[in-house]
Design a protein around this ligand. Structure first.
Ligand code: HEM
Length: 260
């Protein structure tokens, strides 16, 4: 028998995973579940793309890195745009099933934490919310102990003849990215002399801006939906989320903008 569309995509399994908890069923709960599942699928793909991007950067494959960054940048913009759909749900509607979420929260998303760690935003304490997800913790740990995208970016700079300061090269991989003026000077030189590399640097900036946009749009979504209530994950909610606004994952790229 020839393979069918449904078999190939495992649609039987996929389309039975949207199980609402409200009883009687609240209309908007399905939207809430679908949108979170869609985000998790995009996170999965993005992590897969990051692995390729890291390999391309270390091998000095500029065009491979550019094409993958074009893809992840576009996914990031899509992740931002999708919040519009959830904003069609009113606070009253969300309240009708919010209790059913109990203590579950996006805070516990292991893939989101993997995503942050892969980029170099490594904070061990952020593993705690995912603690109940043993397989998720294993994957986050793996990302914690692997080189970040920024470490691979340094490898790429080396393929272009840039000398990476020893403190950055020998920095334990479990530590977060550090901004460094010497790297900024080298980035500036590349902007001036290598228009091909400048395309990569601009795409990285686009991606970073997209992630910051997502954080901003998520805070506003949360504010308009639950105001100053605590999060189901136990944080202060909006106040907690505001702390990560405007924090770049590629600080060196932002630090040179006024010198370009
Ligand atoms: C009505 C919709 C939503 C509300 C009210 C909401 C609320 C919150 C709150 C209050 C937090 C802080 C942690 C806590 O105490 O729970 C949080 C974190 C988080 N949410 Fe949402 N959220 C919503 C939709 C989404 C969607 C669609 C996603 C997509 C994946 C998402 C992903 C996350 C992530 C990844 C975090 C952790 C952020 C971080 O640690 O920096 N949320 N959310």
């Amino acid at each position: 028998m020839a393979l069918t569309y449904g078999e190939y995509l495992k649609l039987d399994a996929l389309l039975t995973q949207q199980q609402v908890m409200s009883d009687p069923e609240e209309h908007d709960e399905l939207l809430f579940i679908v949108i979170h599942q869609v985000y998790e699928l995009w996170f999965k793909l993005t992590l897969h793309e990051f692995d390729k991007l890291c390999a391309d950067l270390t091998a000095g494959r500029l065009f491979g890195a550019i094409s993958t960054l074009q893809r992840v940048r576009t996914i990031m913009k899509t992740l931002v745009g999708q919040l519009d759909i959830l904003e069609t749900m009113t606070p009253m509607s969300f309240n009708s099933f919010r209790d059913r979420l109990e203590t579950s929260s996006g805070f516990q998303s292991a893939q989101f934490r993997e995503f942050e760690f892969a980029l170099g935003n490594k904070r061990r304490e952020m593993m705690k919310p995912a603690a109940a997800d043993a397989e998720g913790v294993r994957r986050i740990e793996k990302r914690l102990h692997a080189k970040s995208l920024v470490d691979h970016f340094y490898d790429f700079l080396e393929t272009l003849g840039v000398q990476i300061p020893a403190e950055l090269k020998n920095k334990p991989v479990t530590e977060p990215t550090r901004a460094d003026e010497r790297i900024q000077d080298e980035i500036l030189k590349l902007y001036r002399t290598r228009p091909d590399v400048a395309i990569l640097l601009e795409l990285m900036t686009d991606f970073d801006e997209g992630l910051q946009e997502w954080r901003y749009r998520h805070v506003k979504l949360v504010e308009r939906t639950i105001g100053n209530k605590q999060g189901t994950g136990g944080s202060l909610g909006v106040e907690f989320l505001k702390r990560s606004l405007f924090q770049p994952v590629f600080p060196d790229l932002w630090a040179v903008r006024h010198r370009l």
